[in-house]
Design a protein around this ligand. Structure first.
Ligand code: SF4
Length: 202
């Protein structure tokens, strides 16, 4: 079975320590495949009967372990170059705890940028959060794949921090409830319309 492994959301980006990488190498079988995904998680092949013990061991070394496959991926965050406080590191970590590993009709990528420079490419994610001074803007429906990619559209601007996680989890829950089969999130947004989504999260 594959598990998804990533370091904590932190200043500096997706940084593994040498000890963490050695730990990953030590808990898998020698022929196991370890894949670097485009969404900043390592997919690690582990024996299915050892998942719980391997998960515990990796978590003890400070790594996060989530399911692979049709789930919300770990938060794809920026490097917080403006500093933990200004770029909203604690908010991003809380958001990560709230969203990572939820079963969804198709894999969902959720982005976070600590400022409007958006170096983590938030407008190419299914859902993204951009910190704007003391509030947050939420974008939905980015689709980078294929030959007709599209940028995410602004759903809500100026969201206070206290409302951020309820809005994001409501979007995920609504998608889980109303998606038609394996409908991609960007198509779902276009079908439901931005106006209706604003009403749902309002
Ligand atoms: S989005 Fe802003 S705070 Fe985050 S790494 Fe890029 S420039 Fe720095």
């Amino acid at each position: 079975m594959k598990i998804a492994v990533n370091p904590q959301v932190q200043v500096g980006g997706s940084l593994f320590t040498p000890v963490q990488l050695a730990k990953i190498g030590s808990v898998v079988e020698s022929a196991a495949k370890i894949e670097m995904t485009p969404f900043k998680q390592l997919y690690v092949e582990v024996p299915s009967d050892q998942i719980e013990s391997i998960k515990e061991e990796l978590e003890r070394s400070g790594l996060e372990v989530h399911p692979a496959g049709f789930v919300t991926k770990s938060l794809i965050a920026c490097n917080f170059c403006k500093g933990a406080e200004e770029a909203g590191l604690e908010t991003a970590r809380t958001l990560q705890q709230a969203i990572a590993g939820i079963e969804t009709p198709t894999p969902l990528k959720i982005g976070y940028a600590g400022c409007a420079l958006g170096t983590s490419e938030p407008l190419l994610k299914d859902i993204s959060v951009v910190k704007m001074r003391n509030s947050f803007d939420v974008y939905v429906g980015g689709e980078p794949k294929g030959i007709t990619p599209s940028l995410a559209k602004l759903l809500i601007a100026g969201l206070p921090e206290a409302r951020l996680i309820p809005v994001i989890t409501t979007l995920i829950d609504f998608y889980k409830e109303k998606a038609k089969g394996k409908e991609k999130f960007s198509k779902f947004v276009n079908r439901i319309t931005l106006e209706e989504l604003v009403r749902i999260v309002g």
